[in-house]
Write a protein of this length. Structure first.
Length: 343
């Protein structure tokens, strides 16, 4: 008995240790499971062999990624180059229209301040400037690291695609091999849990795509109304930042609004703040409904799990909360977790 549990614990520890180094393989397996339904549909409809169906689905998937990636990268690259050419002009304009007026106002009002107060304020300003300088240095370093990581990313992408093709071919055999090591009751529970989690995972991705698309449309429409250039690039940046934990649309729109207000462009600054409020309110209103529809849990459970997750874990808890509810609901339906009591 103890040997059995000892081996189980050892295997789990090895798996947990290898997970960070096996992410391309894990994503490849998950993708193969997600594409399996399409492979089976092609086999049944066109009476093809599995190899032929897998090849057709794999080629279609790779072409879809290539087309989307090429168009996305070309748009981003074009607008990034155009924006970078205007960056020196932007810095000079911001210094002339934003910083210099503040410095003149400071010189005028600071004449009546005690020397100690002036020294403390100037020290605070210097610390903030140093912090901002450090931030830009880290941003440049991160950009350089990102560029140097491209060759490694291409290698991992190649491994991912090869593993995806092989997993798609071997999926039925892997399923049979797993079934051979399971009892009938255990097999039913395992495949029920797997089916539910697969459905929930697809629903989660669907919800994220819908929310990101809605955010992109609102950002693009708002920036177009405000007459901002590079609308697609900036809208995409807002979507990416909004997806990331800890950050949000406010990380882009609020500092931007402050800068343009300091430059005297109150219309754009107030418009950016209004756009931030609109995106935030709309997302918070539609998130529970979209998650509940895509994940198969009630809107109340979705709202409660998102709120508690937000309080306990920050913005990452908005995603983790519903996932934990899905896992609990799946285990309960499989009778792995049983809560039968009366008070």
């Amino acid at each position: 008995m103890w040997k059995k549990w000892g081996w189980t614990a050892a295997v789990l520890l090895v798996v947990l240790f290898l997970v960070p180094y096996s992410l391309p393989l894990i994503f490849a397996f998950i993708t193969a499971v997600m594409l399996e339904g399409l492979v089976q549909r092609i086999i049944n409809r066109f009476s093809l062999k599995r190899f032929q169906a897998v090849v057709s689905v794999f080629i279609s998937y790779v072409l879809l990624i290539a087309v989307l990636g090429y168009n996305l990268i070309s748009v981003i690259a074009h607008q990034t180059v155009s924006l970078s050419q205007r960056t020196p002009t932007f810095v000079k304009d911001f210094y002339r229209t934003g910083i210099l007026p503040l410095m003149r106002k400071w010189e005028f009002y600071s004449k009546n301040f005690p020397p100690e107060v002036i020294a403390q304020i100037e020290d605070t300003i210097e610390k903030n400037i140093n912090t901002l300088d450090s931030f830009f240095q880290q941003l440049i370093a991160s950009t350089i690291n990102l560029l140097t990581a491209i060759p490694g990313f291409l290698i991992e992408l190649l491994v991912y695609l090869i593993a995806l093709f092989l997993f798609s071919l071997e999926l039925p055999r892997l399923k049979l091999k797993l079934e051979s090591h399971l009892k009938e009751t255990t097999r039913q529970k395992v495949f029920m849990v797997g089916s539910q989690l697969n459905k929930a995972g697809l629903g989660f991705l669907k919800a994220q795509v819908i929310l990101s698309f809605v955010t992109f449309l609102m950002a693009a429409a708002g920036l177009s109304i405000l007459g901002v250039k590079y609308t697609l690039l900036l809208s995409l940046l807002i979507v990416v930042v909004d997806i990331l934990p800890i950050l949000g649309t406010g990380s882009v729109l609020v500092p931007w609004a402050v800068i343009v207000i300091l430059q005297g462009n109150n219309f754009l600054g107030i418009g950016l703040i209004i756009l931030f409020l609109v995106i935030t309110v709309v997302r918070r209103v539609i998130e529970p409904k979209i998650y509940s529809t895509s994940l198969g849990i009630s809107p109340l459970a979705t709202l409660v799990s998102m709120y508690i997750g937000l309080k306990l874990m920050g913005l990452a808890g908005i995603f983790v909360g519903p996932i934990l509810v899905i896992i609990y609901d799946t285990l309960r339906k499989a009778n792995i977790i049983q809560l039968k009591f009366k008070i």
